[in-house]
Design a protein around this ligand. Structure first.
Ligand SMILES: [Zn+2]
Ligand SMILES: [Zn+2]
Length: 341
């Protein structure tokens, strides 16, 4: 089969090449890929990616084969998948089903072969049926949606009426926006010059307040909207140090700050101001786990999240270079690749 392989840690060392078709073991399901989304971690690399490996972890497809111990999943079913290929099952994080934190976890398209290919195999526990109202394109966004659910509902525990600031209107920021709205909170989204198209989309998706940094005055706007206190919760979704500092400036005392974007570099900050003076709660959010998927699939089946609106491009896998280029550009939001039929 044809697959997009990351060959080494060297930057851009990717190749579309012939790879052996995977065979499911007794507890695995084999999926024929329909759509796989390009993620920032595919483009910029990420420490969990261990080449040589087939990339791709945001996916949907059809079950074509299964191992002898797999029950309750039928051949021909439309599915999406959690990214857990294997875990140790023994560590304290596995005991509490926090699989995302298992030190021995192997993820689809990072430590185990992924879905920029015609087929992949994954453990039966990771497979989920796509809700009937969700097509393959939207279904491939269930993984980043589960990450957004983990950040918003499980980590920050956003509640109705809160004012939430989202920094960065990229694909992930727009998913976080929708999950925050589904919890009944108010969203202020902030972008910068070049983000105009994405900010317009944020408006269409129900964001309450749109701020473009190029117009200035963000501090005054936030004060006005929060009676001078600052926002209750910040999600930094751009992975840039300047956004991190802005978020910590605009957050209220006792607010919750979630670092959702990957920073890729150490950042200097004034912890005295943040922790001692303001009692800000700093929260991490690492990918997703089974509980996040249950909530994400419920939101999808209740049509509370518009995943389709985020899909701007669908290209054949052979055009992956163009797809990766588009995914870096701000004219596109989510770019999907599909293998040959
Ligand atoms: Zn991803
Ligand atoms: Zn473990």
């Amino acid at each position: 089969m044809i697959a997009l392989v990351k060959l080494s840690y060297k930057k851009n060392n990717l190749k579309l090449m012939e790879m052996p078709e995977p065979v499911p073991d007794s507890n695995q399901v084999k999926v024929k890929v329909k759509r796989t989304g390009i993620c920032g971690t595919d483009i910029y690399g990420y420490q969990a990616v261990r080449p040589p490996v087939i990339l791709g972890h945001e996916t949907s497809g059809v079950v074509v084969a299964k191992g002898k111990n797999v029950r309750g999943i039928r051949i021909g079913e439309a599915v999406t998948t959690e990214t857990t290929v294997s875990i140790c099952g023994k560590c304290r994080f596995c005991q509490t089903k926090d699989y995302n934190l298992c030190p021995y976890r192997k993820g689809l398209g990072s430590a185990a072969n992924g879905a920029f290919a015609e087929y992949f195999c994954i453990r039966k526990e990771s497979i989920h049926k796509l809700p009937f109202n969700v097509d393959f394109a939207a279904g491939s966004l269930s993984e980043p949606l589960a990450c957004a659910v983990h950040a918003v509902i499980e980590q920050a525990k956003v509640s109705p009426g809160e004012v939430v600031l989202i920094l960065g209107p990229g694909p992930f920021g727009l998913l976080v926006t929708q999950v925050v709205k589904s919890q009944g909170a108010k969203v202020i989204i902030c972008g910068k010059e070049g983000d105009e198209k994405r900010l317009r989309l944020a408006k269409l998706l129900g964001t309450d307040v749109i701020i473009n940094l190029k117009e200035g005055g963000i501090e005054e706007r936030v004060k006005e909207l929060t009676s001078g206190y600052g926002v209750d919760v910040v999600f930094e979704c751009s992975g840039t140090p300047s956004a991190l500092r802005l978020g910590l400036k605009l957050i209220r005392k006792k607010g919750r700050y979630v670092q959702a974007g990957i920073l890729r570099q150490p950042v200097k900050m004034d912890l005295e101001q943040i922790l001692f003076v303001k009692e800000v709660v700093l929260l991490g959010s690492h990918t997703q786990k089974s509980s996040s998927w249950k909530k994400a699939l419920n939101l999808m089946s209740e049509s509370k999240i518009n995943l389709k609106a985020l899909v701007t491009d669908e290209l054949p896998l052979s055009h992956w270079r163009g797809g990766f280029r588009k995914a870096k550009e701000k004219d596109s939001v989510k770019v999907l690749l599909y293998p040959p039929n």
